[in-house]
Ligand binder design. Structure first.
Ligand SMILES: Nc1nc2c(ncn2[C@@H]2O[C@H](COP(=O)(O)OP(=O)(O)OP(=O)(O)O)[C@@H](O)[C@H]2O)c(=O)[nH]1
Ligand SMILES: [Mg+2]
Length: 288
């Protein structure tokens, strides 16, 4: 698993000969330091203790494998693939400013195009003029089409245009960029609702994903953001970006377990190839 080289392996197993209270205390500490958060850590350690007991595990390697399985189960919450079952289908990207929404759209556009999909980008972030420019550059890099309007336009109207264009051009999937910052949070949530309503009205029954983009380097803060977006927007999956910038992969487990939303993709750099479908098995292997 070359992608996760930076994710710190838990080396607590090295220093212990017995699986005793000291071991579990140290494990708790290590998991918390890996950004897994208190609640998720306690839950994981309780589950590990109970499996070690019921499966009568004594050997360090067995316990390590057991911890991997525990974390893997916590990471496996629902469907990790994208629902692209209708033409067009729609993927909405939401999240606070700077987390990597636009970059992720560019990367995913290239991935989907390579799979033979006809992709259309929708510049739904009209809050800043530079936002549509940035998405235009990504559309050129990925070799896909884009629908945009002028700065300050109603994002729902850009989405309406994109849906019409997708119907006319027989696009497979529309990737919608949104603003990460508005004058206040209520405006942002209202805007996301309006975009959603337009999609539901213009493409009733379409396959629709709402991907919440979170920056792994912001740690537990990401969880707070996620809860707010989840309440407002019915998130179907998480994209965790900038995992290349942290050795603390534990946040991934905290997010999946606390929110019960699958992590669908991870961002591992700024380049067009730096997006990977999330692989829970490879990830826990790298972590533990
Ligand atoms: N290292 C690293 N940098 C990333 C990754 N994803 C995005 N970035 C960088 O993060 C910065 C912000 O990315 P954007 O895609 O502009 O973020 P955004 O969410 O669209 O931001 P707003 O449009 O301001 O809301 C850029 O410099 C990206 O190159 C990643 O996986 N790893
Ligand atoms: Mg953006």
């Amino acid at each position: 698993m070359g992608f996760f080289d930076k994710i710190k392996k838990l080396n607590i197993f090295a220093g212990f000969s017995a699986i005793d209270d000291d071991f579990y205390d140290e494990l708790e500490e290590t998991l918390i330091l890996s950004d897994m958060g208190m609640d998720t850590t306690l839950k994981a350690v309780e589950e590990l203790k109970s499996r070690v007991k019921s499966e009568k595990l004594k050997d360090k390697e067995e316990v390590r494998n057991c911890l991997r399985r525990v974390l893997q189960d916590m990471l496996t919450v629902g469907d990790q693939g994208l629902d692209l079952s209708t033409r067009p289908s729609v993927i909405l990207f939401i999240g606070v400013n700077g987390v990597g929404k636009t970059t992720t759209i560019g990367k995913l556009a290239a991935t989907l195009k390579a799979q033979g999909k006809k992709v259309l980008l929708c510049a739904g972030d009209t809050f800043r003029a530079a936002a549509a420019d940035q998405l235009t550059i990504w559309s050129q890099r990925a070799g896909v089409e884009i629908v945009k309007q002028h700065e300050g336009a109603d994002p729902a109207s850009v989405v309406f245009d994109a849906v019409s264009a997708a119907k006319a051009r027989n696009s497979d999937v529309i990737l919608v960029d949104t603003a990460g910052r508005l004058h206040n949070k209520q405006n942002l949530m209202n805007e996301l609702n309006k975009i959603s309503r337009i999609i539901d009205r213009e493409l009733p029954g379409c396959a629709k994903e709402t991907l919440l983009v979170l920056d792994a380097t912001t740690g537990q803060n990401g969880l707070i953001q996620a809860k707010q977006f989840q309440e407002a927007a019915g998130v179907t999956g998480i994209v965790l970006t900038k995992l290349d910038g942290t050795a603390k992969g534990g946040i991934t487990v905290a997010i999946a377990d606390t929110l019960q939303i699958p992590v669908k993709y991870v961002g591992l750099g700024e380049g067009i190839e730096d997006l990977r479908p999330f692989d829970a098995e490879g990830f826990t292997e790298a972590l533990v």
